[in-house]
Structures are given as structure tokens and as C-alpha cells.
Design a protein around this ligand. Structure first.
Ligand SMILES: Nc1ncnc2c1ncn2[C@@H]1O[C@H](COP(=O)(O)OP(=O)(O)OP(=O)(O)O)[C@@H](O)[C@H]1O
Length: 364
């Protein structure tokens, strides 16, 4: 099932223009600074935006075609919308919230059953709890369950984790990638946190002031040194597919494979053979011209420099290093870049200070 979007939204000084296609059950991440048009895009797909023109086609069905005068109203689009706040019904318990959506669902023949939703989101211990006593993360899991039970064909998520602390966010991310995979749903996921998108998205669309400035597989877009919004708050990251190779229970470490490269990290709770998404923050990569001898950083990848970009507005430079298994992005000071003479083609060792690891759909 394909979602094809080719729209313009005009509102006073602001205008949004997006042409995008989302195929199958992937997660399309939408990233951009505040006011760049992320929410307007989701609202347009959902049929909630009035000043929209162009076309939106889902699985061959025209939801919008302004030339032909077609505008399918929001309640007739098979869309589930998860918001930043959970918006649960306070007068009933978790089961009641789920039952409400289940009973009003438009498609009882869908493969999305109450049992499968409860299992995918670990909701059984919460079913008879009142809504008021739930934690923020639990509330969002119930909200996702309720939206799923309306049996959407597309899931739209607008910063669903932004009200949660970092630990809860990390706990919820695997649920979101599981939903896309298990229920075969295309998901459009909006966030202004690049690490959140890098953890789960397959493709990434970057908006800036209403324009799409990049759109491709997430690993490709994250390598673009010309996208300056990645450098705000030192957000730039790179992502790799990894596989659990060895669990060392004595030293409490896990060895992961990324292509031919090996990486040792504090122990990850996953079976040998499990595939995980590895995310490296550019600011947590150091570069050395030769293999350092006595150093506590254990993860060192020999490679060669592909591209260098100095940011003349700041102290930093971005460097892309091909390490065989993929391309690692490093952010070091311009002072270090110049004094080490780092330039394209030179051999280099990338030293990884930390990595964040998620259960996610494989990279596109
Ligand atoms: N109801 C409205 N009336 C007038 N202008 C609006 C309205 N809603 C949004 N805008 C404007 O449209 C532009 C895009 O807003 P939008 O909410 O889509 O951006 P966003 O990327 O989701 O931002 P944020 O990350 O802050 O939520 C902004 O300039 C915003 O001020």
C-alpha cells in the first residue's frame, strides 16, 4: 500500500510544499525545526487542514485531488493519529478506552485484533487500571492501542514521546517500530529530535521553512553534510544495522557485528543473532591518524575520509569516514581538523566513545 502526497499549504506568510511517497510498512520520519511545517503535513494527510491543495492518494484511493474537486473528510480517511498528549477518556479504565475504539472501528475484518494490540503494547497489566494513575509512558501506550483499534491503514504520529523523559522515550521506541512491522502499517512519525528518528525511521524527510530539503533512506540523509539543521544542538548522528555476536556475561559486555567490523558495548539484553539498530552521535566520535596504543576507547574502526566540511560559523567541522560497514559521521573541532591535516582520501581511525542501540526495523 502506497501513500502518495503532493501538496501545498498556504497560510499567511507560511507556505508548505511536500511531494513524498511512502511504500509498505516502513516508518517515514519527518524532521525539521519548530515552525517548519511538520504538523501541517500530518494534518493535511489526516484531512484536518483546510488550506491545502494538490493530491493525496492512498492505495489508489484519492483522499485529495483539488483539480478534480475531491476532498475526503477526515472521518472517512483510514488514518490513526497519535498526538503528543494521550487524550484518553478519564471516565473509564484502560480496557474501556480500548473497547470504545474497538466497538466503533470501521473495519472489523482487519488483522488488528484487540488481543494482538494488547500483546504488542504490553497492555494486559494495565487493563483494569484507571487512566489518572498511569505514567506518561503507559498513557502513550494506551493511546497507541486505542488508535490502532480504530483499525487505521496509516498511522500518523506527532511528537508522541515529547512529553516523556529520556528513559521513558527509550522504553517506548521499540513498541513503535514493532507496530509498523507487526501490523504492516505505514507510519509517518514527526519529531524535532533527530536521535528519536534515527532509532526507528527507515526513510527521513527533512523540512525547513516549509520546503523539503532532503528525502531518502535514513542512512543516506544522515550523511548529508549540507543539511545545517542537523548541526543545531550537535544533533548529527549515523546509523548502522548490527547483529549480536557474543554475550560476555563475566565482563557484562556484548560483541556486535557491523559488516566486517566488531564493536563491544555494555551488555545488551538480546539473543545472539538478534539484529539491532546502532546509532552513533557525531560528537561522540574521535579521529586519530594512527592506531592509538594505550587508550580506554575499545571501539576503533580503520577507514578513510570521504568528505570534510568546516562550519565557518562555529568551532566545528564535520567529517564522513568510510569504515567498510558504512559511513560514520564525526564532528570534531576545526582546530583539530587543521592541525592533524585531515582531508578527503586520507586513512584514519574512528574511535567510538558511545553508541545507542535500539530494536528497530532494518535500515532501508
Ligand atoms: N492555526 C494556525 N493559524 C495560523 N498559523 C499557523 C496555525 N498553525 C500553524 N501555523 C503556522 O504555520 C507554520 C507551520 O506550523 P507547524 O505547526 O506545521 O510547524 P511544526 O514544524 O510542526 O512546528 P513545531 O515543531 O513547533 O510543532 C508556523 O509558522 C506556524 O506558526
Amino acid at each position: 500500500m502506497t501513500l502518495e502526497v503532493d501538496i501545498r499549504v498556504s497560510r499567511g506568510d507560511f507556505s508548505l510544499s511536500v511531494k513524498s511517497e511512502l511504500e509498505g510498512s516502513g516508518i517515514l520520519g519527518v524532521y525539521g525545526p519548530s515552525g517548519s511545517g511538520k504538523t501541517s503535513l500530518l494534518r493535511s494527510i489526516a484531512g484536518l487542514e483546510k488550506n491545502v491543495s494538490g493530491s493525496i492518494i492512498f492505495a489508489g484511493e484519492h483522499w485529495l485531488d483539488t483539480q478534480a474537486g475531491v476532498f475526503v473528510p477526515a472521518h472517512r480517511r483510514a488514518v490513526g493519529f497519535v498526538f503528543q498528549d494521550a487524550r484518553l477518556f478519564p471516565f473509564t479504565d484502560v480496557a474501556g478506552n480500548l473497547d470504545f475504539a474497538d466497538s466503533r472501528s470501521r473495519d472489523a475484518h482487519s488483522s488488528i485484533t484487540r488481543e494482538r494490540v494488547i500483546e504488542a503494547l504490553d497492555l494486559s497489566p494495565l487493563l483494569h487500571r484507571g487512566v489518572a494513575g498511569l505514567s506518561g509512558g503507559e498513557r502513550q501506550r494506551v493511546a497507541m492501542g486505542r488508535v490502532l483499534l480504530s483499525r487505521p491503514a496509516v498511522l500518523l504520529m506527532d511528537e508522541p514521546l515529547s512529553a516523556l523523559d529520556q528513559q521513558r522515550k527509550t522504553q517506548l521506541l521499540p513498541y513503535i517500530s514493532r507496530l509498523a512491522g507487526e501490523f504492516g502499517l505505514p507510519v509517518v512519525y514527526v519529531s524535532h529530535q533527530l536521535d528519536e528518528l534515527a532509532a526507528i525511521a527507515n526513510t527521513l524527510l527533512v523540512l525547513d521553512a516549509g520546503d523539503v530539503i532532503a528525502q531518502d533512506s535514513i542512512s543516506t540523509v544522515l550523511q548529508r553534510l549540507d543539511i545545517s539543521v542537523f548541526d543545531r544542538h550537535n544533533a548529527a548522528v549515523s546509523v548502522f544495522d548490527g547483529e549480536v555476536l557474543v554475550q560476555n556475561h563475566r565482563l557484562k559486555t556484548t560483541m556486535l557485528g557491523m559488516g566486517e567490523q566488531r564493536l563491544t558495548v555494555p551488555q545488551v539484553q538480546a539473543e545472539v543473532g538478534a539484529r539491532l539498530r546502532l546509532q552513533f552521535a557525531a560528537k561522540d566520535i574521535a579521529l586519530a591518524m594512527a592506531m592509538p596504543e594505550s587508550i580506554s576507547i575499545r571501539n576503533r574502526f580503520p577507514g578513510h575520509v570521504m568528505e570534510v566540511q568546516e562550519d565557518s560559523e562555529s568551532a566545528y567541522a564535520d567529517v564522513l569516514v568510510d569504515i567498510g560497514a558504512g559511513v560514520l559521521r564525526a564532528r570534531i573541532t576545526r582546530e583539530a581538523l587543521q592541525s592533524l591535516g585531515i582531508e578527503p582520501q586520507c586513512s584514519i581511525i574512528a574511535l567510538v566513545k558511545s553508541v545507542s542501540i535500539e530494536e528497530a526495523l532494518p535500515l532501508a
